[in-house]
Write a protein that binds this ligand. Structure first.
Ligand SMILES: [Zn+2]
Ligand SMILES: [Zn+2]
Length: 267
């Protein structure tokens, strides 16, 4: 399976549980992208626990693009069963944040007393790389730009085999950022964009570094994205509220929808 995207987790801030969240899911952000024979995972929220059942027995190598080290984007890593396998290799790419390399960011969360097992105690071959503005993974090109978020965030454009996926996971679509991302995401096949808030919440809480879902839909439309999935759902947003939000975003752009955990998109 190539040119495939699987939303493994679409929730923001913290994992949730309960019947009212069954449709859109409980796990925090993690997305699988298969392109040109490469396995690329964006962020390692609790959704990354779905990775083993999505990988074939012979798939022993993946790249993890870490947008930023907030716990909701990292917390699945320490329990990901693939990292208990000695013949599995994970290359982690992330920008320097808070004066720390990506290795130190990951190590800070996964070390005692916050967590009993450090990633250096896991069996897998884990390698860390400073994120560059543009780099290649075989035939895949990864470009990154900076979003607007507390502590900073990387926005990615992953291109290969004639298609591209843009991931703007946690970012406040300020006027300037909106114009920048409309250009960065121009003509992409799939835009995954932060839309945690209603417009009312966005006015009150935008300074935390998240966007309104209506603005995310507009961005997809204005960038000419062929498909838009809005991610980082507020942990209190129920299925029925997300259904209503989905209707609103489709009115803005019929190719936009709220992301659902488990959804597979073929590009
Ligand atoms: Zn987040
Ligand atoms: Zn964040």
């Amino acid at each position: 399976m190539d040119k495939q995207v699987v939303i493994m987790g679409a929730r923001g801030s913290v994992p949730v549980s309960g019947k009212q969240f069954e449709k859109y899911g409980c796990a925090t952000t993690s997305v699988l992208v298969r392109l040109c024979g490469r396995i690329i995972v964006i962020d390692a929220g609790s959704g990354i626990l779905a990775l083993p059942r999505l990988l074939g027995a012979g798939e022993k190598k993946a790249a993890l693009l870490l947008s930023h080290p907030h716990a909701d984007h990292l917390l699945g890593l320490g329990m990901c069963p693939k990292l208990m396998e000695a013949d599995f290799r994970l290359d982690i790419y992330g920008a320097q944040r808070g004066g720390m390399s990506v290795r130190r960011q990951v190590g800070r969360l996964f070390s005692p007393p916050l967590w009993p097992v450090g990633t250096d105690m896991l069996s897998a071959d884990i390698r860390y790389h400073a994120l560059k503005e543009s780099f290649s993974l075989g035939e895949v090109t990864v470009e990154s730009t900076e979003g607007v978020h507390s502590g900073g965030v990387s926005v990615f454009r992953i291109s290969g085999g004639g298609v591209s996926v843009v991931y703007a996971g946690d970012t406040n679509l300020t006027e300037e950022q909106y114009a920048h991302l409309a250009e960065f995401a121009k003509g992409c096949d799939l835009l995954l964009c932060d839309g945690q808030y209603t417009d009312e919440e966005w006015i009150k809480r935008g300074s935390f570094g998240h966007s309104g879902y209506l603005a995310a839909a507009r961005l997809g439309r204005d960038a000419g994205a062929k498909l838009v999935r809005i991610v980082h759902h507020d942990p209190f947003r129920t299925d029925s509220e997300l259904d209503a939000a989905a209707e609103e975003v489709r009115r803005i752009y019929r190719r936009a929808d709220m992301a659902r955990e488990g959804e597979e998109i073929l590009l």
